[in-house]
Design a protein around this ligand. Structure first.
Ligand code: ADP
Ligand code: MG
Length: 325
């Protein structure tokens, strides 16, 4: 049996998690959220957060489309995004590299310049790593963080009646990628979204204390809503008309013959946050000047995750980027 026969990345992770279920009193949350949450680490009761994410050449980046500086920026941002999604603050980073022997030293130095730039932005400190030989350039980053128990936001915390909100426009990264793949020059916004994404650590500290469930949008909106619903035992109703999609994403869809909604639902790598929140707390957030967009709400029936169109049509919410499909 092959990975693509069982349904891809998420099905594989579920199997591995079942096989290696480990309970430990200090493991507050293990496999299944954006980062592992470990107690007993800090005297003030804060939890330690640990996340790891890997970029592989020709699967996650191409040297003819992305400069090493851009790859460095993105490799840090996608890890910080997972810490932000837990409501936490990133701290120390470990970088493991696999590189071919004929890799230009200048390429690796520029990669590290990009990482250093992103580390400065997010307050992250490089604390170690590993370097080995490998054919496809591979950058695997492990990032630590910390969060107070009150601010910890798990995927499992959504409750029926809460709003589902996102922190910004979706589909930009996938639209940028589609333009690059079609040999077109993406407009600056799409280029930034795909090549040098900025994660939402700027707003997560304000959102975390008042939100319930939270996740970052790395695999497309549909997959992330389903992750929250799976873990919270809820359904969801998403209004297509409320999903924020930038005009440049619609333009890219026209130019590449794709559907802009697909970019938002299945594209991935937007690194905005998706969270559930009570309507009262959403108003509180807005009073503080934090801009978020309500795109739907959490519902009772776990089997019911729906996408509703302005004409009243409703279809099951599916899609999401899966690395093995
Ligand atoms: P994200 O998109 O937020 O980075 P992933 O979809 O990569 O999250 O992973 C989901 C969960 O599965 C995380 O808790 C992660 O630690 C865990 N996970 C992913 N791959 C593996 C693996 N090979 N072994 C154990 N746990 C894994
Ligand atoms: Mg994540």
């Amino acid at each position: 049996m092959k990975i693509h026969d069982i349904g891809g990345e998420f099905a594989l992770i579920d199997r591995l998690a079942l096989q290696s279920q480990i309970n430990h009193p200090d493991l507050v949350a293990g496999i299944g959220d954006d980062a592992a949450v470990i107690g007993g680490s800090f005297p003030d009761g804060d939890y330690l957060l640990v996340t790891t994410d890997m970029l592989v050449e020709n699967s996650h980046f191409r040297r003819d489309w992305a400069t090493p500086l851009q790859v460095g920026i993105k490799s840090v941002a996608c890890n910080v995004s997972d810490i932000a999604a837990m409501g936490g603050t990133p701290t120390f980073m470990f970088v493991s590299l696999a590189l071919a022997a004929d890799t230009e030293v200048g390429w690796v130095e520029s990669l590290y310049k990009g990482m250093a730039e992103a580390c400065r932005r997010y307050g992250v400190v490089l604390a170690g790593g590993d370097t080995t030989r490998g054919e496809a350039a591979t950058i695997s980053i492990t990032l630590l963080g910390r969060v107070s128990p009150e601010n910890l936001r798990l995927r499992s915390h959504a409750r029926p009646g809460e709003l589902l909100c996102v922190t910004g426009p979706l589909g930009g990264s996938a639209a940028g990628l589609a333009m690059l793949a079609a040999g077109l020059e993406p407009p600056p916004f799409l280029k930034e979204k795909h090549l040098t994404p900025v994660c939402r650590l700027d707003v997560s500290p304000a959102i975390a204390p008042v939100a319930r469930a939270m996740i970052d949008i790395s695999d497309g909106l549909a997959a992330e809503v389903n992750h929250i619903c799976d873990q919270s035992g809820t359904g969801a109703e998403i209004a297509v008309a409320d999903i924020p999609i930038d005009p440049s994403v619609r333009l890219a869809a026209r130019l590449t013959g794709k559907d802009p909604l697909d970019f938002a639902l299945s594209g991935g790598e937007d690194f905005e946050l998706l969270f559930s929140i009570s309507p009262e707390n959403k108003q509180l957030l807005e009073k503080k000047g934090v801009q978020v967009v309500a795109i739907g709400w959490v519902t009772e029936a776990e089997s019911n995750r729906m996408l509703s169109f302005p004409d009243g049509k409703r279809i099951p919410l599916s899609g999401g980027y899966n690395h093995f499909s």
